[in-house]
Design a protein around this ligand. Structure first.
Ligand SMILES: Nc1nc2c(ncn2[C@@H]2O[C@H](COP(=O)(O)OP(=O)(O)OP(=O)(O)O)[C@@H](O)[C@H]2O)c(=O)[nH]1
Ligand SMILES: [Mg+2]
Length: 215
């Protein structure tokens, strides 16, 4: 093998991959596009990680932590994110902010559209590498979360559970909540985080990168 053949071979690619930093280069993060239907999605070039969960759970806020920039719109008023929003997160993967489930002003028709838009993405997107179910740590694991998790399992989509807003609870209450949610959800990969205090974010990023993106 001469030098040029060696340079072209997968050996070099694998070597570069193994030397890649754990955390993607967040300075290369940018908003790509908003979409409703598959024909509006960007080309499936990179692995995508989607944020799913109830409205106001903190999906967009957590996504901004990943990006290292406040690109996704955050609001106290539930229902801020209404479309599928695609972001590139560093060089290696994308993040997809999904509209939240169940904010109070949603009509039946809108709920149906939400379902269709999100299901179509979660079911058929070929480059979807994993889903972060985002939940406020103070809330209980309820029917919606159970249905979502079971459905993802059925689709063979990997998922983890991110419990947000941990800064709102004392250490003891936080531990009690995690224990209870572990029992109720039976999810293996549970992470506690606070976007406000920037705690627990790196752990999620490392898991996502090592378990879903790098594989
Ligand atoms: N204290 C605290 N507040 C948070 C945290 N994460 C999010 N929030 C707040 O929770 C509210 C909702 O956050 P968003 O990120 O907009 O929630 P979302 O899940 O994207 O909501 P939708 O777009 O409606 O689905 C905002 O007021 C955030 O500032 C956190 O870790 N700690
Ligand atoms: Mg949002």
């Amino acid at each position: 093998m001469d030098f040029y053949e060696f340079w072209d071979s997968h050996l070099v690619e694998n070597l570069i991959y193994s030397l890649m930093p754990l955390k993607p280069q967040t300075q290369h993060s940018e908003f790509l596009i908003s979409a409703v239907k598959p024909d509006g999605y960007p080309p499936p070039e990179k692995p995508e990680i989607a944020m799913a969960g109830r409205s106001n759970a903190g999906k967009s806020t957590l996504l901004n932590q990943f990006l290292g920039r406040s690109l996704a719109r955050v609001s106290n008023t539930p229902g801020k994110t209404q479309l599928l929003n695609f972001y590139s997160c560093g060089d290696h993967y994308r993040l997809v902010d999904l509209p939240g489930y169940g904010f109070s002003k949603q009509t039946q028709k809108k709920m149906y559209e939400w379902d269709r838009m999100i299901q179509a993405y979660l079911k058929n997107r070929e480059n979807l590498a994993g889903v972060i179910i985002v939940m406020d740590i103070r809330r209980d694991w309820e029917d919606f979360e159970e249905m979502l998790a079971q459905w993802l399992k059925g689709q063979k989509r990997p998922y983890l559970l991110a419990l947000t807003k941990a800064d709102k609870l004392s250490e003891k209450k936080k531990n009690d909540r995690v224990k209870q949610i572990k029992i109720d959800s039976m999810v293996d990969d549970i992470f506690v985080c606070s976007s406000l205090r920037q705690e627990g974010i790196k752990e999620i990023e490392n898991f996502v990168f090592n378990e879903w993106v790098k594989k």
